[in-house]
Every structure is written in C-alpha cells, then in structure tokens.
Design a protein around this ligand. Sequence first.
Ligand code: HEM
Length: 524
Amino acid sequence: MPLSVIVKIWTFIVPLIWKLFKIAFSLDWVFTLFENPPKASAAAKKTLNVSEPRNFDSIPGPWPSLPIIGTQWLYMWFGPYQLHKLHFANEDKYAKYGAIVKEHYLWNYPIVHLYDKNDIEEVLKYPSKFPLRPALEAQCIYRKSHPERYKSVGLVNAQGLEWQNLRSKLISDLARPTIIEHTIKQTNIIADQFIDQVRCSIVKDSNTVPLFERLIYRFTLEGIVAIVLDQQLGSLRDEDSPMVEKLMLDTDKLFEVCHDTMYGLPLWKYFPSKAYNQLVECEDIIYDVFAGYVEQAMKKMPDYNSDLGHSILKRIVAAEGVDIRDKIATLIDIVSGGIDSTGNAIIFLLFNILSNERARTEVYREVDEVLSTGTLLTTEILQQMPYLKACVIESLRLSPVAPNVARLLEKDFVFQNYHVPAGTLVVCETGVVGWQEHHYENPRQFFPEGGMEGGRNKILFFPVPLGVGGGRCRGKGVADQEMRVVRAKLLQNFDIEFLEPLETIYKFLISPKGPVKVTVKDRF
Ligand code: HEM
C-alpha cells in the first residue's frame, strides 16, 4: 500500500473512529462543537498588538449564543450544567476559558465572569458612592405590587441614594463593634439552649442526631432574632414550634425561589409560574411574622426615645426620616439574610475541622486549654483562641457560602486585556479565586494555619466572602461571633463525627445538601 494512503488512513480514519467511540460513550462532543473557535496560534498572536485592549465581543466563553435564550441552553435539560450546581459550572468555565468569560442571558444580555484576583479587587474596591448591585427582579416586582407594606424594594434591592439612605440610617449600627460586643451575652444564652437541644436529640443506641442541620438553623434564627429584634422565639427550648419551623422553611425556600427566578428562564414574568407563587407565599409569611415584632416594639416607642441602649431594634425603630415600611422591610432583610448564610457556614466549618485530623486535634486542644465547663464566652476569651479564628477564615475560603459578588460597572474597565464597557454586569468569582493553585499550595486542603498571623491566606483579601467596599455585608460581626461561640461550645461539650462527606447545592447561597449525618457523644 502506498505511503500516502497509509497517511490518509491515519489522519482521517483514526480520528473518525475516535470520534465515533466518544459519541458512543459520552455526549461531551456536542459541547465541544459549541465552544469558541480555537485561540489564535503563536504565529497569529505575534501579529496582535497586545497593548491594544481587545474587543468586548471577543471575550471567550460558551458558544453559540442563540437568539432570545443566549447561552441559557447550557443550563437546560440537555446542557452540560445544572442551575443547582452553578458553583461547579462557574469553576468549569474558568478551567475551559480562562480568567475572563462571557455568557449571554435572556435576550442575549451579556454577563462577564471575572476570575482574576486583581481584576476583582479593581471592581470591588472601586471608590463608588453607590455600588450598583443587580436586584432580585421577582422580589422587586412583588414588593412594588404591595405599596401598603413596602415603600421601596428594600435594602438588598435598592440602588443609589435610596440604598445609601437605608444603609446609613438603618444598618450602620449592625456593624458597630461596641454593639456586637454587647450582644455576645445573648449569643451565649442561645448557644447554651442549642447545646441542650442537641443533647436531648441524641438517639440512644446510634448516637446520631436526626436533622442536625435544622438544629443549626434554629440556632442562627434564634441568634439573629435575639440580636436584631430583642426577642426569643423559644424554638430551642420548645421542640415543637410549628411557627418557627414554618418560618425556617420559608426563609430557606425564599433563597431557593430567588435563585430559580434569577437564574432560570424568567417565565414568571409572563405566566403565573410556580416559582413566583412560592416567592409570594414565602414573602407573605415572613412579613406577617416580623411585622408583628416590629409593631410590638413600636408600641414601646415612648420609652425607646429616652434610652436606645445597644438595641439594634430600638435604633432602627427610632431612626428619623425613614418610613416605617422601610424599617420593617429592612428588619426582614437583615433577619432572612442572617439565617441560612451563617447556618451553612457553621455546618461547613464543623465539617472542615472535624474531617481533618490535624485541625481536629488542635481545635480540641485549644478549646480544652481556654474553656472550662460553663464559661461565658466573652470577646476576650474568643481572642485567646487564634486557631478557632483561623479555622473560620480558612473554612470560608475552602467552602464559601456566597461564592461570588455581582456589580454593574460604573465606568469602562480593561480586564485581561479585554475592553469591558460601563453598564456591564460582572460577576466576581471570589470563591473560585480561593481555589486557584497559583495562590495556594493544595487549595482543596483545609489548612487553618494559612489564616493565622503571617500565614499564606495573607495574599488574598479575607473580607471577600462577605463582600468588599461600600456594598459589603454588614452582618459580618454577627456571623463571626455566632460561628465562633457555637463552635467553641459544641466542641467543648461533644465529640462529633460526620458520617458522610458533605454534598453541596446552590440555592442562591452554597448550602449543604441535607440530611447532614453526624454522631454526637457527650465528652464528660
Ligand atoms: C457567613 C455568613 C455570611 C456571609 C458569607 C455573607 C455574605 C454576604 C455577601 C457576599 C453580601 C453582598 C456583599 C456585596 O454585594 O458586596 C452580603 C450582604 C448582606 N448581608 Fe451578609 N453574609 C453573611 C452573614 C450575614 C448576617 C449574619 C447578616 C445579618 C445580621 C447579614 C446581612 C447582610 C445584609 C443586610 C446585606 C446587604 C447589604 C447591602 O445591600 O447594603 N449577612 N452578605
């Protein structure tokens, strides 16, 4: 056989057989067809003027962007990604396309993902008067259609001057260290009730605690209600509290439906969809419960004017120049923003510590050294536990709860030598940055020493898990305090084992996919 025929067979037939083999065993090939054209060859690159920013349209990303649905097909039943696994999808896009990726939402609206630490820092630290955050459209529509309850779309959705007014008048105290320090006694009381409730829930022979994660969310709900609303719901004292159970399910569901209405096809705009109806139901129930608390507080207003003390509720109720509807909505946003976020972070923290032999030993050593049974955990005592603090930082890096922060650009930027115009929606993928190998050795390993003084985590800007700049999370102090107190008390009292690895699911936040299976044994 002539050599040319052999070469032809080799270059044509063999790849064809290989392709057929791939078709038979996987559908991955379908997606490779839709990826952007191959990157320029080295020779072609030489001819490019690298100092000239490249065109916005040439930003790499999944392809094609179809009429109307853009690249949303990626998340449909036949696509490679799932909306409830968006955190993995966003990591995969980084691996496939690099540090900047462009997708197209409905009507081909572009969304740019940023994966470079410096680009992200540039966006989040931009000295903006009013950082522009994309609002939850379905929630805004619901709130606008209820003017008897909502004057505005609420703190988490408001923009510009309206947002600044709400933020400065209503939630600046939430981040004040003196106020947070004052709330630590309350957090201790709630944490002790939580420990008692865990103890009562241990199943005798197996030492398992059914629905462990629900107990954690009850703790964060009770904690935030005590700190922000000066009340106790009593759900950690009374096992059977249907109202609290409903409230927790509804705040959890609210995150899920916000996720579905934000990332899924917005059919709810045109038809009365299930997701939108669920959003309405959750908002109604949460509103009714919390409005009741604020009304009770309002009745005591004359006393409040004379002594606001350290109470966040009293300060919010007494704030001048803000409509009462905005006060109620802000209290709702604070409380619902603080339950699942901190609850998820506590579960991830426990899992990361207890499934790492070195961290587990060190943490128990520190707890035993610093705490004796029944100690009230004060800010000073917490400061004597640097390893605990480092575990919180490291766990938020390894298992971020809020894996990205979105902004609408206020001016033109150049990222990765691509021109990105003002008005573009960029998603800063802070979670993926925390897993990048050029920042961390073994980034998938839990390594709390990295978060300690002089440790490797210094290279990243820690506040990112809770945002940076003007729009950052104001609940950081509350979350940090709750995480440290409950974890210290849990490990002071119990030997805990996770029976299975934690699976995660994306419901606006990254959450553990329950049930979380643990065994819990009394240490003393
Ligand atoms: C580990 C737990 C938490 C995480 C990871 C977290 C994360 C975040 C993030 C990433 C943002 C957006 C920041 C930005 O756009 O730059 C945010 C905003 C917010 N968080 Fe948190 N958060 C946590 C706990 C809490 C708690 C306990 C509260 C309430 C006490 C809270 C209340 C809020 C509020 C009210 C906002 C909106 C601020 C605004 O729009 O001005 N968060 N949070």
